[in-house]
Write a protein that binds this ligand. Structure first.
Ligand SMILES: Nc1ncnc2c1ncn2[C@@H]1O[C@H](COP(=O)(O)OP(=O)(O)OP(=O)(O)O)[C@@H](O)[C@H]1O
Length: 262
């Protein structure tokens, strides 16, 4: 395997569920420190790919490498020190306080006696994300935006090298969507983590990701920068909609406006 793709890569990966071919012959990889957006229509295999990269699911054929080693060769706790996953609703439903949830992120780092080598990290993360005043609150007493911030705090406390996200901004309003993406960007700038995020919002993806991997019907349709991927022709081909694609006035990355049918 090329060292260029050292953070994570998949080679010749297939995954089926019954008769559904969720992923077919996927070959892709990311270097350390990159931010990839995984985009594509519903049912195209995005979440399946995230599950394979996280090690919770195994491919039927092909191999998933995490830092140059077969993901299947890691022990669960060992893999959790490298890879963290944040889902659409990234926190347990009820009963726990904010601090409880952030502490759960430390589990992979506890030794046999339950001792944490970085005992202060939970407080640091709570402070950094402005959650210290909410630390003793129960999760069901928080707004959706605050809960997603707690989910981010949990994976930050996990201190991974690779962060996988599956539609993390789906339930957030515009303010929290942007805030969430900015917090990820800040974390990456500080810690040099690799980010792989399933995103439905192509405009946000274009603004934050270095590269996009486009899936459709379980196959790779393209991989490259937002400028390379997000053209009007591609959007029509992938999503069956007409759009105007224009450069963002600040950064010149492509931004989409959907056309209504005549
Ligand atoms: N556990 C499962 N059992 C059966 N079929 C599944 C399972 N998981 C995924 N699939 C199927 O595999 C295909 C890919 O699903 P996947 O969830 O990876 O797509 P996706 O691109 O993440 O979709 P969405 O954008 O709608 O979240 C779909 O046809 C889905 O129905």
């Amino acid at each position: 395997m090329s060292t260029q793709f050292r953070a994570a890569s998949v080679s010749g990966v297939h995954k089926t569920f019954g008769r559904v071919q969720a992923l077919s012959d996927i070959n892709w990889g990311t270097a350390s420190g990159e931010w990839w957006g995984i985009v594509g229509p519903n049912g195209s295999g995005k979440s399946t790919l995230i599950r394979l990269l996280s090690g919770v699911d195994k491919p039927d054929a092909g191999i998933v490498h995490i830092q140059g080693r077969d993901a299947a060769a890691y022990r669960r706790k060992e893999l959790s020190r490298i890879v963290a996953v944040l889902q659409q609703e990234g926190v347990p439903p009820v009963g726990y306080t904010v601090r409880d949830v952030v502490e759960m992120g430390r589990y992979p780092h506890l030794d046999w006696a339950g001792k944490d080598a970085d005992a202060d990290i939970v407080e640091r993360v709570l402070d950094q994300l402005g959650l210290a005043p909410l630390a003793e609150r129960k999760l069901d007493e928080l707004s959706g935006g605050q809960r997603q911030r707690v989910a981010l705090a949990k994976v930050m406390a996990q201190d991974p090298q690779i962060l996988l996200l599956d539609e993390p901004t789906t339930y957030l309003d515009l303010h929290y969507q942007l805030q969430f993406m900015e917090m990820l960007a800040e974390w990456r700038a500080k810690a040099g983590i690799t980010i792989i995020a399933v995103l439905h919002d192509l405009n946000l993806a274009a603004q934050f990701c270095d590269s996009l991997l486009v899936l459709k019907n379980g196959r790779i349709e393209g991989a490259g920068t937002a400028a390379e991927m997000l053209t009007e022709d591609n959007i029509r081909r992938w999503f069956g909609v007409d759009s105007h694609v224009m450069p963002h006035p600040d950064s010149a990355v492509p931004q989409l406006m959907l056309k209504r049918r005549e």
